[in-house]
Design a protein around this ligand. Structure first.
Ligand SMILES: [Cu+2]
Length: 81
């Protein structure tokens, strides 16, 4: 499970755009978007960086977090810019 905090997620249109970006990376991904908390949860085997890049390419900024270890701690993802 990849969890993202997407900053500029403000309406249904944003949700649709982010969802499309996610599905563009993995058509089989299960994506849950909570508009109120700007939280995007993605269930997929594809690497988290691909989703982060796709969402950024769609025009959104965010905090990209990855579960870093077996304790499930979330670590910031460093994207090559
Ligand atoms: Cu919007």
């Amino acid at each position: 499970m990849h969890s993202f905090q997407v900053n500029d997620l403000t309406c249904g249109h944003c949700v649709a755009t982010v969802e499309k970006a996610v599905k563009g990376v993995d058509a089989d991904a299960i994506v849950k978007i909570d508009l109120a908390t700007h939280k995007v949860d993605i269930e997929s085997r594809k690497p988290v960086s691909q989703f982060a890049q796709a969402i950024e390419s769609a025009g959104y900024t965010g905090n990209w977090w990855v579960s870093g270890d077996t304790r499930g701690a979330l670590m910031p993802l460093a994207l090559g810019t």
